[in-house]
Design a protein around this ligand. Structure first.
Ligand code: APR
Ligand code: ZN
Length: 256
């Protein structure tokens, strides 16, 4: 049988409010590398060198080029069945007068492309960039030519000449106020909370399933490998998002 329980199906069918947290694992089957899996980004690069303001100021061309590369990767991939299943679940829940919110840690834009509407991007988005100094939106830098020297290839703000950075939340930075606020409120009010494809090691996002649990939600995780917080949840569904979510949503939305 399926790797999820009848309880989870029943709780989702009865739910008035459903909230979901996703991480890089839901985009793995689209071909987007995760961060902490054996072949993940942080196995090949060091976040200290790429994903914080100090690293950016020390080597803006390197960091702009790395994000340009990551943007290219996500432009070449498609949402997978897991993304589409969550968009369908949202339509089913809201279609019957319920509430649904998807909070993602991913910056790849795949949930939006799959049709998710009630969506918050907790860690920002690769698809947007802005000026480090004046904050003006700026076109995302393209990858500098391979021979770009330290200054030559760097992208600067047309308005003030400041450095252009991606709209992603770097280590040590605050999350967008409204995003974490909406995600926390949705977790606190949820009847059912799904945590999909996240190792749950980066806070405050990783704290959201616990917010939901402490407020009385039925909390399930979908992950081939139990995350750090799996033991605290009601259910750990061992499987890949692209397999589990379509089967789960089919059971929930299918006619009884
Ligand atoms: N389906 C579901 N889960 C999967 C799949 C899959 N097909 N493949 C891998 N996973 C799981 C892994 O087992 C792991 O628990 O996805 C999780 C990915 O964890 P991370 O690579 O740590 O990614 P994430 O949890 O999103 O990282 C959180 O850390 O580096 C920062 O800002 C970055 O948003 C990121 C945050
Ligand atoms: Zn500027």
């Amino acid at each position: 049988g399926p790797p999820f329980s009848d309880t989870l199906v029943r709780r989702l069918r009865q739910a008035r409010r459903v909230a979901v947290l996703t991480g890089a694992g839901i985009s793995a089957e689209s071909g987007v590398p995760t961060f902490r899996d054996p072949d993940g980004l942080w196995q090949r690069f060091r976040p200290e060198e790429l994903a914080n303001v100090e690293a950016f100021l020390a080597n803006p061309t390197l960091v702009q080029g790395w994000y340009a590369h990551r943007r290219q990767v996500v432009e070449d991939v498609e949402p997978n069945a897991g993304h589409y299943a969550l968009a369908e679940l949202e339509r089913w829940v809201t279609g019957r007068g319920g509430q649904f919110l998807l909070a993602t840690q991913n910056v790849d834009g795949l949930h939006e492309r799959a049709g998710s509407q009630n969506l918050v991007e907790l860690h920002g988005s690769l698809r947007r960039s802005h000026c480090l100094d004046c904050g003006a939106p700026a076109p995302p830098p393209t990858a500098p030519p391979a021979d770009a020297d330290g200054e030559g290839g760097v992208a600067r703000c047309a308005a003030c000449g400041g450095l252009v950075r991606p709209d992603v939340v770097w280590f040590g930075e605050m999350l967008p106020e409204d995003a974490i606020g909406r995600a926390t409120e949705a977790a606190a009010l949820a009847d059912v909370y799904l945590s999909v494809g996240t190792s749950a090691v980066v806070y405050p996002a990783a704290g959201l399933p616990q917010v939901a649990r402490q407020a009385g939600a039925y909390v399930a995780e979908v992950n081939p490998t139990p995350s750090d917080i799996a033991w605290r949840l009601d259910e750990q569904v061992p499987g890949r998002a692209g397999d589990v979510l379509p089967a789960l949503v089919e059971r929930v939305t299918g006619d009884e």
